[in-house]
Design a protein around this ligand. Structure first.
Ligand code: PLP
Length: 418
């Protein structure tokens, strides 16, 4: 069973993995055959390296600048390796552990420290030990902190500095306004203050995650342009952040090309011929390349009690009510019914908040012992697992891309290819 690596799925950031950069010998098996032989009673995270590499290659080809993968979305080494194979060379890291992981895997990776609020020791370690040169900030205090700490290391050089802009509440499913970002006047002052210390200077924003409206980028670029004009300094980087959406059962986002067109247009209108575009996609690169296979432990009416939930990899199916594609796997026994019903799900912990309303559509004869593959879960899935209530066991496997796989592949890839 060479394609299978059994390990705790709790964050790869918390462990050291021997042979980190070694690919699994042959990730050649299908999900169904794995489930038939393992009959797993713990959740199984399935990673499809081919899908990840293809998706990354499509995004890299479509985006007119540097593509920084937002590591928090899925830091599994198999995922990082697949994205690298797809041409991703830049990584948006937010913590020392993410930086160490990426540097340990890829000596030549360009690592960017994109958290606006950093521990002092994290700045020193990134600068002196891991060759990180770009830092984001959204306050004068953070600018001083960055400059003080890199000077304290004694390692010479000038950093790249990127000012994170505040955006008004936009059209994203997950709004990110309000936590980070400098308002326009302050941002302009920060750009002026940072310019003399920066080997390259940029602006960044994040329109919010799973943002379905391409015009959100146009509006944000207009704000960036106004800020830059107010600052009156030369700008080298315009970072349009993440937020690019993927398809879910109730959501068919516009094609990726529509987002790229707004970005190219907005960037063009800024009139910064010497500036470079960056993007920080997370979800759009990895959602389609991951799924989780769960087992049904009980059925009560149209509610299924399964072995994973909101304290595991299905957090966004809880409070945020994300719906994911679902597919029954029944390796033996009766053929599943061909009539579908919408089911709600309950997770394994004893917390009543461990509930996912869905509905998730499955054959109407789902029963205890069946497995369900829940797709489009490569982003913000496995990495959110907790050990709450003792349910901390899960496996991670690499599986071959199945072109006809109804759970994970078609919608998102169509989105990216269009
Ligand atoms: C989370 C995050 C991203 C990735 O966002 P997606 O919506 O997954 O694309 C990019 N940049 C920053 C700063 C983030 O915090």
């Amino acid at each position: 069973m060479s394609s299978l690596r059994v390990r705790s799925a709790v964050s790869p950031l918390r462990r050291r993995i021997p042979g980190l950069t070694e690919p699994a010998a042959s990730p050649a098996r299908s999900v169904d055959s794995l489930i038939a032989s393992l009959r797993p009673e713990d959740p199984v995270h399935c990673i499809r390296p081919d899908v990840l590499a293809d998706t990354a290659a499509s995004f890299v080809a479509a985006f007119p600048g540097d593509v920084l993968y937002a590591v928090k979305c899925n830091p599994d080494p198999a995922v990082l390796r697949a994205l690298w194979a797809g041409g991703v060379r830049h990584f948006d890291c937010a913590s020392p552990n993410e930086i160490v992981l990426v540097r340990q895997m890829f000596e030549d990776a360009h690592i960017h420290f994109m958290h606006p609020i950093k521990a002092r020791s994290a700045i020193r370690e990134a600068w002196a030990a891991h060759g990180v040169r770009d830092f984001v900030l959204d306050s004068g205090a953070e600018l001083t902190k960055i400059l003080t700490e890199i000077a304290a290391t004694g390692v010479d050089g000038e950093p790249g500095l990127v000012v994170r802009l505040a955006l008004p509440k936009g059209g994203a499913v997950l709004d990110l306004s309000g936590k980070f970002g400098a308002e326009m006047d302050e941002a302009a002052a920060l750009l002026r203050a940072a310019r003399p210390h920066a080997t390259r200077l940029g602006v960044a924003f994040h329109v919010g995650s799973q943002c379905l409206d391409p015009l959100a980028w146009r509006r944000a670029l207009d704000i960036a342009a106004e800020t830059i004009a107010a600052a009156g300094v030369a700008i080298d980087i315009v970072d349009v952040g993440g937020g690019f959406p993927v398809a879910y059962p109730d959501v068919e986002p516009p094609p990726l090309g529509a987002f790229m067109a707004e970005i190219e247009d907005g960037f063009e209108r800024m009139g910064l011929p010497n500036a470079r575009l960056w993007a920080e996609p997370g979800r759009a690169l990895v959602a389609s390349g991951g799924s989780v296979v769960v087992q049904v432990q009980a059925r009560r009416g149209d509610a299924l009690y399964i072995n994973d939930g909101v304290y595991g990899s299905l957090a966004d199916a809880g409070a945020l009510n994300f719906r994911y594609p679902a597919r029954l796997i029944r390796p033996s026994g009766a053929e599943p019914s061909d009539v579908d019903t919408g089911f709600s799900l309950f997770g394994p912990t004893c917390d009543s908040a461990d509930a996912m309303a869905g509905p998730f559509f499955l054959p109407d004869d789902v029963q205890e012992g069946d497995w369900i593959e829940i797709g489009q879960l490569g982003a913000y899935g496995a990495c959110l697992r907790t050990g709450f209530n003792g349910f901390d066991r899960a496996r991670i496997v690499e599986v071959a891309a199945a072109p006809a796989d109804p759970v994970t592949v078609p919608a998102a890839l169509q989105t990216l290819a269009a």
